[in-house]
Write a protein that binds this ligand. Sequence first.
Ligand code: MLT
Length: 242
Amino acid sequence: MITVYSLPSQVQPEVLKDSAAVVIDVLRATTVITCAVHSGIKEFIPVLDITEALRLKSLFPEGSVILGGERSGLPIDGFDFGNSPQDYTPQRVAGKTLIITTTNGTAAIHAAKEARKVILAAFVNADAAVKKLANEDRITIICSGTCGLETEEDMLLAGCIVDRLTSGIYPSQSKYSGLNETAERVRRLWKNSNTNGVTELTALLRRSTGGKNLLRIGLAADIAAAAQIDTMETVAEFRLSR
Ligand code: MLT
């Protein structure tokens, strides 16, 4: 069974329990965390607010933590990095603990925490995320949206994942015959987009809600970075540790 929620507020705890959850915030939280893990961070801790991020940092040895995230799309005062995937290079982040807080994405990760397992998906690791899910019987995909509203960029990736899981690429796909209505809807959205490659995906993301917000604040490069489909094998997994 694959259940897609277009917003974290729709998540039903009884569906989440016993399932593998996939959290999506294409622009940009799950893309950024995937890039940071790919660049060799030791761990990531998503937190809901700035005060909590600063408090947690104070518990770690000096120099071992980087603070990242955004408010209104922009870097947070006193933080090391904003929410741009290209900031998180191996030279800057390898071996560090990333404490991150963003407007919607980090809250969506917390909304998934009752699941048996929580992974993060972005276009950059879409194929790797699908491979991780190929043996799961119950999958719950949670889109972050923006401030309580559905966003096309997250729905498109959810559709891409559902489509790949059900298209017969993987031998175990027959067990995914059960899709909720939103899963059917996002699969159609993805198929109808006829997206084939980075250039088309970049154009599509630029027209999405999150894309328009980023263009408004001059962060077009972040959209292009998020559109690098299937370029990373890294799949970040969220574990409650503190
Ligand atoms: C979010 O969590 O809302 C996003 O990551 C927003 C952004 O990157 O600007």
